[in-house]
Write a new protein. Structure first.
Length: 172
């Protein structure tokens, strides 16, 4: 069961969600969100897959990771549905949108999942840089003084989500 995903934000094609509890908890509802992404946002995914915007944290992003991570969606089912839509003679979905989505899903997400599984449980306790200092409280409140970092932390607090570009930046 999930709440409506019809509310839209200020940005280009934003999927602004009423996040009281707007994450699907069943396969059928996760599939509805996936189909909504395909219908409304896949067309522009290729051009905006790595875009971040302080005013619009979702843009054309799929927001499917939780459903893939907890098994509500199967990655190959998602890839096959994208492929089917791309090969439809009436489709005008650009190649960069299909390629970007499949690459992020299969070429990145599933690859990294394999790295985790291959190296667990020791991987979760690795500390390559021998870091032993606690992060300051500003890293938990979004008040580091580094605007893009603070925005990403605050999005995580508010939405339980931040785009993968923000997560990569935060780990630098």
């Amino acid at each position: 069961m999930y709440f409506s995903i019809e509310a839209r934000g200020k940005g280009l094609g934003s999927l602004m969600i009423d996040l009281c509890l707007n994450w699907a908890v069943t396969h059928n509802d996760a599939k509805k969100i996936f189909i909504d992404f395909l219908d409304r946002f896949l067309m522009n995914f290729g051009d905006f897959q790595d875009a971040i915007n302080k005013e619009d944290p979702f843009l054309y992003h799929s927001l499917l990771s939780p459903y893939l991570n907890n098994g509500l969606l199967d990655p190959m089912d998602c890839i096959h549905e994208c492929e089917k839509r791309f090969l439809d003679p009436n489709s005008d979905i650009p190649l960069n949108s299909i390629e970007g989505f499949v690459r992020q899903l299969l070429g990145w997400r599933e690859f990294i999942m394999g790295v985790y599984w291959d190296n667990m449980p020791k991987y979760k306790d690795l500390n390559f840089w021998s870091h032993d200092r606690r992060l300051s409280d500003s890293w938990y409140s979004g008040e580091t003084g580094i605007p893009p970092l603070d925005d990403a932390i605050k999005e995580s607090i508010e939405f339980g989500y931040t785009h993968h570009i923000n997560r990569l930046m935060d780990n630098i």
